[in-house]
Design a protein around this ligand. Structure first.
Ligand SMILES: Cc1cc2nc3c(=O)[nH]c(=O)nc-3n(C[C@H](O)[C@H](O)[C@H](O)COP(=O)(O)O)c2cc1C
Ligand code: SF4
Length: 435
């Protein structure tokens, strides 16, 4: 479980109310809450969207799409109702930040949802939490009830003629419903499989109406952008990557936890200064920079700024901000096996390359790790993963294949060592090889 941690280099914007009782509406208001929504009510939709664009806020769900631009794609006129959908499915291994927002600052999600609704002209917002977050759903529901009681939600929000309603919902516990189109299916009460795109949700989304879908951290950031001002928010981060990010630092690190750091913060510094270095003073073998679907980086590749552009340049992705540190006593083949086991379990089964590919990869890696592999299996594992890339119905197939390809390419020698040191050269450290 991520802990409430702190480090002097943190810049607390999204987390500034954490640990201060802000789940209670009175406390949230005392700490400056709900003023951003009121400001947006008086400024109007175009102003909100321009502010969001100027802030350089990019989606925290994984792809890093600019939030203001996404909102601007929603048609102004629509025969069908428009919606805001907050993605709190948070299921990517290594990612553990949204739940802290729901726990410590649920009203920031509500306020951000109201602002997104005002920006696009929606009257209804959905806040969706992963099935395993049922205990957080109770907190969210209580916060929503408080906002209704205060008149911040309902037919006449903040005493105006504007209506905005919020509905909370939980999933049944499937990683795939974090994918935005499968998420809409799940909200509508159907099986969580993706929809064909285009049309994109901004045009045809929930119940066929234009829909903005944003990650919970993105939405919780919105009121802060409005309160600070777009320029001040943008200035905190790096070029084209505004503000801060909640990085979930986990794995073999001395001080794991969720840290709020400026976009572009150096990864090496994050591990060694903020996280206190590799656990037990061991050596570093690799780092997964943005949740388990992102290709790993080697120790000589981590002197980079953590933003969408710089991590992309280094050959990986910033993804969901889940940084997993892997020490030198970890078996990479086992790590690859654990990774693919997750995707094999979570594949929704809708399309063959993902359904079969993840299953084959899991079987191949299981056999290989157990000492029954042959040299040709290494190429076969790579071939299987390469053949999933770009051939699946939704990005889960790529998400499963990419890390495996990274491990095979960067740690080929370690795969070959498994052929000599059967079953696993790291077997004596197996208790330490915990992801
Ligand atoms: C398999 C899969 C799982 C995903 N899981 C999540 C998730 O748990 N939370 C999330 O916000 N986005 C997730 N995404 C990304 C969403 O599809 C979408 O891009 C995101 O919610 C948009 O919000 P943002 O622009 O604020 O990042 C997932 C994508 C894929 C392909
Ligand atoms: S890639 Fe295909 S099988 Fe895999 S989760 Fe997406 S739709 Fe389902």
């Amino acid at each position: 479980m991520p802990r409430l941690v702190s480090h002097p280099e943190e810049v607390k914007i999204v987390t500034r109310r954490f640990g201060q009782g802000a789940a209670q509406i009175e406390r949230y208001i005392a700490l400056g809450g709900y003023t951003a929504a009121q400001k947006c009510l008086s400024e109007g939709p175009e102003w909100i969207i321009e502010e969001m664009k100027a802030s350089n806020l990019r989606g925290r769900g994984g792809a890093g799409f600019p939030t203001g631009l996404k909102w601007s794609f929603v048609p102004k006129q629509s025969a069908k109702p428009k919606y805001v959908l907050v993605n709190g499915d948070e299921s990517e291994p290594g990612t553990c930040k949204d739940h802290l927002i729901f726990l410590h600052d649920p009203h920031s999600v509500i306020e951000g949802t109201i602002i997104a609704g005002l920006a696009i002209g929606a009257k209804t917002g959905f806040i969706y939490l992963r099935g395993e977050y049922r205990y957080l759903l109770e907190i969210m529901e209580k916060a929503v009830a408080e906002a209704y009681a205060k008149g911040f939600l309902g037919k006449n929000i903040f005493g105006t003629q504007t209506e905005f309603q919020i509905i909370t919902q939980s999933g049944a516990g499937a990683y795939e419903v974090g994918e935005e189109s499968a998420l809409m299916e799940s909200v509508e009460g159907k099986r969580g499989v993706p929809r064909i795109k285009p049309p994109f949700p901004a045009v045809v989304g929930l119940y066929g109406g234009p829909t903005v879908i944003n990650n919970a951290e993105t939405i919780a950031t919105v009121p802060h952008v409005i309160s600070m001002g777009a320029a001040a928010y943008a200035a905190v981060g790096s070029q084209r990557n505004g503000g801060t990010r909640l990085f979930g630092l986990s794995g073999h690190v001395e001080r794991p936890g969720v840290y709020e750091l400026p976009m572009g913060y150096n990864l090496k510094k994050m591990i060694y200064d903020v996280g206190g270095g590799v656990r037990g003073g061991r050596g570093l073998k690799a780092v997964v920079p943005g949740g388990c679907s992102t290709p790993c980086l080697l120790p000589d590749e981590i002197d980079i700024g953590m933003d969408f552009d710089q991590v992309g340049k280094a050959g990986s992705m910033l993804g969901s901000g889940g940084v997993v540190v892997i020490d030198d006593q970890t078996c990479i083949v086992e790590f690859a096996l654990r990774t693919i086991s997750f995707y094999q379990h979570e594949s929704c089964g809708w399309c063959i390359p993902c359904r079969e590919g993840t299953d084959w990869l899991k079987k191949s890696l299981t056999r290989f790790h157990a000492g029954y592999g042959e040299k040709k299996d290494i190429d076969q594992i790579q071939y299987l993963a390469e053949n999933m890339m770009g051939r699946t119905f939704c990005p889960l197939g790529d998400a499963a294949a990419m890390p495996i390809l990274g491990f095979v390419k960067k740690f080929r020698q370690e795969f070959e060592d498994h052929l000599h040191g059967k079953p696993c050269p790291f077997a004596k450290h197996v208790d330490l090889a915990v992801v």
